[in-house]
Design a protein around this ligand. Structure first.
Ligand SMILES: Cc1cc2nc3c(=O)[nH]c(=O)nc-3n(C[C@H](O)[C@H](O)[C@H](O)COP(=O)(O)OP(=O)(O)OC[C@H]3O[C@@H](n4cnc5c(N)ncnc54)[C@H](O)[C@@H]3O)c2cc1C
Length: 387
């Protein structure tokens, strides 16, 4: 078991063992085929629900399992080790969309949506990015206009995970673009709302079993009570959610890197060259060693950010550090794993070829590596200025 047992409670070790086994027995054997077919893994999603993993971080009063980011990052790492695409679906559903409702929604919205989301009876999506606004969230253009007891939305979102399978959408829109961050509202929409449509975007490099979609609003009306938080607080909610969700992306990266390490070590033990297993060559040993160190470092940074978050302490810089380091470490781990496999690593059929493709997007979504460096460097400079 990869996590240092000293860092985990007994309950956390039980959770880790259960998800580890689920990943080995159920997720990993299906991952290659689902990737090939770009097929949403409904059975995996139901399996996560059956294990109670979709309820982590959701209060028990609303049908959840309680717990926090310590637990969700342990679960995410293990899920990603088995099937990275399933961990993307899990993160978008739980750490992004469900958490927005759980943390910022009214009691009525929580009662209406959380039980079904925590139990996996509905899938949720978090719709923030737009064709002309990704890193620069404050530039988003999807418009929300108040009309009597309704809000009416017009515009479109892009690259939305779970976008075409979701029945619950957490959507960010602006009632006044000139107000930039202070003009953004957050609303929850349901599938079947007239004027709401989703178009699947196929052809991704990796994470191919996760669905990604354009979500379009054409005079899509929702009741005013579907607003999450006060008017003008949507940007704040989105930043808070991304700050914590990055912890689970870091965990996802640790899981991908761990899968790379295991695959590379196994292959190095059975592949022979020059009359000996390639694991006997120092060049190969060093690649394994470097990955092992980086997986551990990624995991520890993730753990620190999760502990801070669960204690209610500031964790924005720490989650940015965890996400930045872990995503780049996952890409290095995947690169080394392909290298250890030689030509075999370059073809479909070798899981490392999939890990290599899956790892790439972790440096892009939920804040690119450049955005993480901005967050971290800002904190460094502020700390110096206040000395
Ligand atoms: C598979 C996938 C799933 C996704 N899922 C979701 C989802 O569920 N919900 C959602 O809302 N979004 C989702 N996204 C969108 C994702 O969060 C954005 O792609 C990401 O935030 C980057 O935005 P962008 O693509 O518009 O790139 P841009 O913001 O246009 O960035 C382009 C380049 O410019 C750099 N750049 C931008 N600003 C700066 C700056 N100030 N300083 C230095 N460099 C900068 C970036 O780092 C990047 O290298 C997903 C994306 C992918 C690929």
């Amino acid at each position: 078991m990869p996590q240092d047992p000293l860092l985990l409670t007994e309950q956390e070790r039980i959770l880790q063992r259960a998800v580890h086994d689920f990943a080995d027995n159920v997720l990993a054997p299906r991952a290659g085929e689902l990737d090939e077919r770009e097929e949403f893994p409904w059975e995996n999603f139901r399996g996560l629900a059956d294990m109670g993993l979709l309820g982590i971080g959701v209060p028990e009063a609303y049908g959840g399992a309680g717990g926090g980011f310590r637990e969700s990052s342990i679960a995410t790492e293990e899920i990603a080790r088995g099937c990275a695409a399933t961990s993307v679906i899990y993160g978008a559903h739980l750490s992004l969309a469900t958490q927005t409702i759980a943390r910022f929604g009214s009691d009525a919205l929580k009662a209406r949506f959380l039980p079904a989301l925590a139990q996996g009876r509905r899938v949720a999506a978090f719709a923030l990015t737009e064709p002309e606004a990704g890193s620069d969230v404050a530039s988003l253009a999807t418009a929300v206009t108040r009309k009597g007891d309704d809000y009416v939305l017009n515009g479109s979102k892009l690259f939305i995970t779970n976008g075409d399978v979701a029945s619950v959408y957490v959507v960010f829109a602006t009632h006044d673009r000139a107000l930039r961050t202070k003009g953004i509202d957050c609303l929850v929409l349901e599938k079947g709302t007239p004027g709401l449509a989703a178009n699947r975007q196929s052809g991704k490099l990796g994470m191919r079993a996760s669905s990604t979609a354009e979500v379009v609003f054409q005079d899509a009306a929702v009741p005013v009570e579907n607003r999450i938080g006060e008017e003008g607080t949507g940007f704040y909610a989105a930043m808070q959610i991304l700050e914590s969700s990055r912890i689970t992306i870091a965990a996802q990266c640790a899981g991908i890197a761990q899968a790379c390490l295991e695959a590379a070590a196994r292959y190095a033990g059975r592949r022979h060259a020059f009359g000996q297993p390639i694991a006997g060559f120092q060049a190969i040993q060093w690649m394994l060693a470097d990955t092992a160190v980086e997986v551990d470092a990624a995991r520890l940074l993730t753990r620190r950010a999760a502990v801070l978050k669960d204690m209610g302490l500031p964790h924005g810089t720490e989650s940015a550090m965890a996400k930045l380091f872990a995503s780049e470490a996952a890409n290095r781990a995947a690169d080394r794993a392909v290298q250890v496999h030689g030509g075999y690593g370059y073809f479909r059929g070798a899981p490392v070829e999939r890990y290599f493709r899956d790892a790439r997007v972790t440096e892009i979504y939920e804040g690119t590596s450049e955005v993480q460096r901005l967050i971290i460097s800002r904190a460094v400079l502020q700390a110096l200025a206040s000395q």
